[in-house]
Structure formats: structure tokens, C-alpha cells
Design a protein around this ligand. Structure first.
Ligand code: UGA
Length: 449
């Protein structure tokens, strides 16, 4: 099928590359000419394991191309994905101006046959009908007669760092539309994924496809992220109770997770959730609820618990080091999760802010963050290029991101570089016994010392 993906941010680029991989003819559009040039030269503007190689292979096979010209993309695609950003406004609402510009542009360039316009971006609930009207405005502006299209909501559920795996091994595919024709085309588009032709376990039953109305599909996206964020805030709250009563949250999580109604996933206590999705989406859902006259108290608590949890390491450092002014704290990791170079709304940034406010010096080592220029908050800290330089002269280390390589560090050596070796394991990721044997005062989250 002929597919056009508009917006080559995280979601757009992964979607475009993966749809090409399953055999579709894909053209990706972005209004950033520099970025398009970069992609045309075969380079990925984002870091995602396996993406650059898959991108190159599909360009080579002639199934994937890039353009800065929206007209070319719209004319060529029979399925048009809108995958531009919907960043959070200060109010917590989503900024939909990029979606609006693209919808208008699509309308202006609509041509020929029937098209399916797919909202892949996480758009505010109710956007499907709104996009339809904006496209029609664009059609009128373009003096065109072509109104042969339907709008579909098709939320994505992929995670940064495992985006390709998630795309080919999804738990479900959600298609929101009232048009049989559009639903049918979307089912054809995803058939190779539904039948697990690219899956790790091809013998599993087909991927469930849930067909809903537009608004329900849009709400599913927000509800899924809000539920996952709530699950994490819940276990983080339990970890704070564990700290006080002397229980171990990792065992508690194991014990409750064995109940299949609860499940094990997303019960890792730590320094809180971050990234470009959970913070934005939970706030947007609260905002939508407020707009419709409902006070979403549980979701507000999910956010508040997370805000406090992000500073839990400060509390733990104060318990051991007392005064933080003049002390040096070394952060192992900065990104909001491993296998990404993404610092958006990373808990590390709040921690840095608080520690520097308290007069501590902050150093950090992250395998994928090499330049302080990449984020203004990082200009307050010293970045090192390895764990030894990080540990040297530090009063305490804090593990922020569970990078696999951090499990393999020589902690005995690191301890020898510190006067009173202390480590706060902000993700309960390291082996407490091994760290203690290496000479560290090991402090987990919600775990007895
Ligand atoms: C999240 C969802 O998991 C995806 O399903 C969704 O498609 C995506 O948002 C999106 O809306 O685009 P992502 O933000 O990439 O994916 O990252 P997650 O793996 O979900 O982690 C989010 C945050 O929660 C991270 O900071 C992580 O450290 C934290 N987390 C996760 C925990 O603190 N504990 C856990 O048990 C799991």
C-alpha cells in the first residue's frame, strides 16, 4: 500500500520505517529541510536500537523515502499518518497547532482517490472530528473538490528503546473510526503484523485488533498511559511505606504481581516516571476531565506522588550525609530510561535542580549524553565520560538510569575512589549484597538497609 507519514519525530519515523519493513511503499514528510536531508543521506535523527539499520535497508530496497514537500506526500499516499508533536502547554493541555497545520495542508493538497487520514499523534480526545473539519477548511482554501476521505484514530503504544520490537509484537492494535472502508484499509495495512509475520514468536495467535469509535480510541491512548503511570506511582507510594515499616518493596511487588489480576509489569519502584509521554498525557487527561467538569483526583495524585518521588534520593542522601552543601554527588545515568538519549522530563533534571539548590556539586555519567549543551539544566553539572571519573571525589553516587553497563562496573574499584562510599540505587537495579561487599553503603528505594 502507498503510505505517507507526516512528521518524522519519534513516532513518525519508527512508524514509517516499520511500515516499509512489512512491505509498504512509504514516504515520510517533514517540514525541517535539514532533517530531511539528513534522512535522505541514510542517517537517523533519533537514537533507537536497530532503527538506523532498518531505515537504510528499506531505503536501499526502494520502499522508503523522505521529502520536505507535503504536496508530494499527500498526493502519493492512500493512507496519510499525522505523526507530529503535541507538546504540553503550561496549562497541561496539548498544543495542537502542528496537527492543525498538517490537517490544513492535507486538505489543500488532497487529490484524486479516497484517502484515510490517520491520527497517530497522541491528540486530545475529540480531535478526530476536529481534524476532519480542519481538512475540509484546507480543501476549501485549496479550491479543491476532493473530499473523499475518512479520519481514523490509531494510537501507538510503543516504548522508547524497544520501539521496533513493540511495533512488530504489539499487545493490540486499536482502530477508531465509523467508516467501514477506512477500517478495512487499516486492517489490510497491519495484516503482516496482525498475523505475526515479523514477530519474535510467530506461532502466537493473531494480534487482537480492537475497532472502536474515534473518541474511544483516542481515550484508550490516554487511559493506557495514565493507568501505567498510576501503577508506578502506586508502587512508589508503597515503597515509601515499606521504608517506614521495614518491608522490601521488591518482594512486595513480586508478591502482588503474582496475582494475575495485577501482573508483574510496571511495578518497579524508583525515582519516578518521566519521558515525553507519561507526564504530558496524564496532565492532558486531567485537563480534559476539568474541561468537561470532572475533577480527576486519582490522576492528580498520580502526578503529585511522582513529583515527590523524583526527589526521594535527596531525602536518602540527607539521611546519610546530613548537610548537602559543599558535598559532591555523582549521578549514574541521566536519561528517563535506558537505551535512549532522551532527557525530556527526566527525573534526573528535578534532582539536579534540587541538589544544586541545596548547594551540592553534581557530576554525572550517562553513556548517551556527552554534551552539556544538549540541555540547559546540564550546564550546572560536570559531565564525565566514565564511571571512574564520576566516582573520583564523590561523597555519594545515585543510580538514576538502569543502563545495563552499570551492573558490570567494578564497584570495588569505584568504592576505592570515594572517601565514604555511599550509593543510592534509584531503580533498585544493583545487587545490594554485591555492592555492600564491594564496600558501599547501599541504599535502595523501599528496601531495608
Ligand atoms: C510509554 C508507554 O509505556 C508506551 O506504551 C507508550 O506508547 C509511550 O509511553 C507513548 O505514549 O508514546 P515510554 O515513555 O517510552 O513509553 O517509556 P516506559 O518504558 O513506559 O517508561 C516510562 C517511565 O516510567 C520511565 O521513566 C521509567 O523509568 C518509568 N518506570 C517504568 C518506572 O519507574 N517503573 C516501572 O515499573 C516502569
Amino acid at each position: 500500500m502507498q503510505v505517507c507519514v507526516i512528521g518524522t519525530g519519534y513516532v513518525g519515523l519508527v512508524t514509517g520505517v516499520c511500515l516499509a519493513q512489512i512491505g509498504h511503499q512509504v514516504i515520510c514528510v517533514d517540514n525541517d529541510a535539514q532533517k530531511v536531508k539528513l534522512m535522505q543521506s541514510g542517517q537517523s535523527p533519533i537514537f533507537e536500537p536497530g532503527l538506523a539499520q532498518m531505515m537504510a535497508a528499506n531505503m536501499e530496497a526502494g520502499r522508503l523515502e523522505f521529502t520536505a514537500d507535503l504536496r508530494v506526500g499527500v498526493e502519493r499516499g492512500e493512507i496519510l499518518f499525522i505523526a507530529v508533536g503535541t507538546p504540553a502547554l503550561p496549562s497541561g493541555a496539548s498544543d495542537t497547532r502542528y496537527v492543525e497545520a498538517v490537517a490544513r495542508g492535507i486538505g489543500q493538497h488532497l487529490n484524486g482517490g479516497y484517502k484515510v487520514i490517520v491520527n497517530k499523534s497522541t491528540v486530545p480526545i475529540g480531535s478526530g472530528d476536529w481534524v476532519r473539519r480542519i481538512v475540509l477548511d484546507g480543501v476549501a482554501e485549496g479550491n479543491s473538490e476532493h473530499t473523499n476521505f475518512d479520519v481514523v484514530s490509531n494510537p501507538e503504544f510503543l516504548r522508547e528503546g524497544s520501539a521496533i520490537y513493540d511495533t512488530f509484537n504489539p499487545d493490540r492494535i486499536v482502530i477508531g473510526s465509523s467508516s467501514e472502508r477506512a477500517i478495512d484499509l487499516m486492517q489490510q495495512l497491519y495484516a503482516p503484523i496482525v498475523t505475526r509475520q515479523f514477530a519474535q514468536y510467530p506461532d502466537l495467535p493473531p494480534v487482537p485488533v480492537l475497532v472502536t469509535d474515534l473518541t474511544s480510541a483516542e481515550t484508550i491512548k490516554y487511559a493506557a498511559n495514565a493507568f501505567l503511570a498510576t501503577k508506578i506511582s502506586f508502587i512508589n507510594e508503597v515503597s515509601n511505606i515499606c521504608d517506614r515499616v521495614g518491608a522490601d518493596v521488591t518482594l512486595v511487588a513480586q508478591g502482588i504481581g503474582l496475582d494475575t489480576r495485577i501482573g508483574h509489569k510496571f511495578l518497579q519502584a524508583g525515582i519516578g516516571w518521566g519521558g515525553s509521554c507519561f507526564p504530558k498525557d496524564v496532565s492532558a487527561l486531567v485537563h480534559t476531565a476539568t474541561d468537561y467538569g470532572y475533577d480527576a483526583q486519582l490522576l492528580k495524585s498520580t502526578i503529585e506522588t511522582n513529583r515527590q518521588q523524583r526527589l526521594i534520593a535527596v531525602e536518602k542522601l540527607q539521611q546519610v550525609l546530613k548537610i548537602l552543601k559543599g558535598k559532591t554527588i555523582g549521578l549514574l545515568g541521566l536519561t528517563f530510561k535506558p537505551d535512549t538519549d532522551d532527557l525530556r522530563d527526566a527525573p534526573a533534571l528535578d534532582l539536579i535542580d534540587r541538589l544544586t539548590h541545596l548547594g551540592a556539586k553534581v557530576k554525572a555519567f550517562d553513556p548517551l549524553i556527552s554534551s552539556a549543551r544538549s540541555h540547559p539544566d546540564l550546564t550546572k553539572i560536570t559531565l564525565t565520560t566514565n564511571a571512574e571519573d564520576l566516582a573520583m571525589g564523590c561523597d555519594a553516587l545515585v543510580l538514576i538510569t538502569e543502563w545495563q553497563e552499570f551492573q558490570l562496573l567494578d564497584y570495588t574499584h569505584l568504592a576505592s575512589l570515594m572517601e565514604r562510599p555511599t550509593i543510592v540505587d534509584g531503580r533498585n537495579y544493583l545487587d545490594a549484597v554485591a555492592l555492600t561487599n564491594a564496600g558501599f553503603d547501599y541504599i535502595g528505594i523501599g528496601r531495608p538497609r
